[in-house]
Design a protein. Structure first.
Length: 345
C-alpha cells in the first residue's frame, strides 16, 4: 500500500476492524473497516459493493480466500463500468478447495498472483490456466530490518550467556513442522550439548508441543516464546534460523532472517528453495526428517565461518531479489497486464 501511494497510485485498504492489519495500518479516509461474519456474508458483500462503486477502482485485489469470496460477491451485486479486474494473491502451497462455492469464487478471478513458482504449479494442477497466473515473490524492507535494534535473546529469556541459539518463527500449526524441530533437538544435543532453541509464535498445537517437549525432557533447551511484536529484534541475536515447515508458500520469515545476515537451515518444502540457495545461503533438507534437520544444524553450528559467509550471501540475495521495491513493481506490472488484457486500463 505504501509503495503504491509513493508511486502516486490511489490505494484503498479494506480490512477487518478487529484484525492485526487494520490495527497496524495508518488511520485515514483510505482505510475502511469491513467485518464479514462468514465467507458468505451477503450484508458485508453488499457494503463492499457500495465501496467499490463509490471509489471506482481499476483493480480489486483480494489477499486471502475469504477476501476472494467477498470481492466476487460484491462485484456480482453490481460494479462501475468498466468492471474492475479481480486479482487474487495466493501465498500458501495448499490446493484450492473443490466444493461448488469455491469453484464459483475462483472463476471470478481475472489474475492470480502467486508468491512462488511452487504455488503457481499447484494452481496449474488445480486447473487454473498458466496464462492467468503470474509469480511475484514476497518482498521485505531490508533497510527497515537493518535499522531495528538488536535485543539479546539470551538475556531476554534468562538463557546462559554465549550458548549456541537457534530461532524459529511461525504459527504453531501442523504445516510449520515445529514438532520435527523439537525432535531434531534430541540429536543436535548429542553433538552440541549447550544448544538452545527459541520458537516464536502461537497456535493450536501449543499443548501438543509442550507435551512433546516434556516427554523428550527438553524443557530447559526448547522454549515456546509465544507471539512477540519485537520478534525481529530478538531473532537478530540468534546464531542460526531454522525453518521446519512441511509445506510453505515461500516463507517470509526466512527472508527476514536472511536480511539480518543469518544463515538458514530449512526444508525444501514449497517455495523455500526459491529463497534459500542450498550450500550458498543455507542448507535444505527433506520435510519431516528430524535427523537430516539435526545434521544440517550441527554442521553449521560447528562451522562459524561458513555460517557467517552464508549469512552475508543471504542478505545479498534478499537485497537483489526480494526487496519490497520488487514486490511493488511486480504487483503493478500484474495490474497493468490484467487491465490491458481486459481493455479497462
Amino acid at each position: 500500500m505504501l509503495g503504491l501511494r509513493a508511486r502516486e497510485h490511489r490505494a484503498l485498504l479494506v480490512a477487518h476492524p478487529a484484525g492485526e492489519l487494520y490495527r497496524r495500518a495508518r488511520e485515514g479516509p483510505d482505510l475502511v473497516p469491513l467485518a464479514p461474519r462468514t465467507e458468505v456474508d451477503l450484508s458485508a458483500a453488499w457494503k463492499l459493493s457500495r465501496i467499490i462503486r463509490q471509489w471506482n477502482p481499476t483493480v480489486v485485489h483480494a489477499h486471502d480466500p475469504h477476501a476472494v469470496a467477498m470481492a466476487g460477491l460484491a462485484l456480482s451485486f453490481g460494479a462501475p463500468t468498466p468492471t474492475p479486474r479481480l486479482v487474487a494473491s495466493r501465498r500458501v502451497d495448499f490446493h484450492l478447495q473443490t466444493h461448488s462455492f469455491s469453484r464459483w469464487k475462483y472463476r471470478q478471478v481475472d489474475l492470480f498472483i502467486a508468491a512462488s513458482r511452487a504455488i503457481r504449479d499447484i494452481l496449474v494442477d488445480d486447473g487454473i490456466p498458466a496464462t492467468q497466473i503470474t509469480v511475484v515473490h514476497d518482498g521485505i524492507d531490508v533497510d527497515k530490518i537493518s535499522r531495528l535494534p538488536t535485543i539479546e535473546i539470551r538475556a531476554e529469556f534468562w538463557l546462559p550467556h554465549g550458548v549456541p541459539l537457534l530461532a524459529n518463527v511461525g504459527a504453531l500449526v501442523a504445516h510449520k513442522g515445529q514438532k520435527h524441530l523439537v525432535e531434531a533437538m534430541r540429536h543436535v544435543l548429542q553433538d552440541v550439548p549447550d544448544v538452545h532453541t527459541v520458537v516464536f509464535g502461537e497456535g493450536e498445537l501449543r499443548p501438543a508441543l509442550e507435551k512433546q517437549i516434556r516427554e523428550r525432557r527438553l524443557e530447559k533447551r526448547v522454549l515456546l516464546a509465544g507471539f512477540r511484536e519485537d520478534v525481529l529484534s530478538l531473532v537478530k541475536s540468534a546464531d542460526l534460523f531454522v525453518m521446519s515447515s512441511v509445506t510453505e508458500g515461500l516463507g517470509s520469515t526466512v527472508l527476514d532472517a536472511m536480511a539480518m545476515g543469518l544463515a538458514v537451515v530449512g526444508t525444501n518444502a514449497g517455495g523455500i528453495s526459491e529463497a534459500v540457495v542450498h550450500g550458498e545461503t543455507g542448507l535444505l533438507v527433506s520435510p519431516g526428517d528430524p535427523e537430516a534437520l539435526a545434521e544440517a544444524i550441527v554442521s553449521l553450528l560447528k562451522a562459524p565461518d561458513v555460517r557467517r559467509r552464508m549469512g552475508e550471501a543471504g542478505r545479498t540475495r534478499v537485497l537483489e531479489h526480494f526487496g519490497v521495491g520488487r514486490l511493488v513493481e511486480g504487483t503493478l506490472a500484474a495490474y497493468t497486464a490484467v487491465t490491458k488484457r481486459a481493455g479497462v486500463a
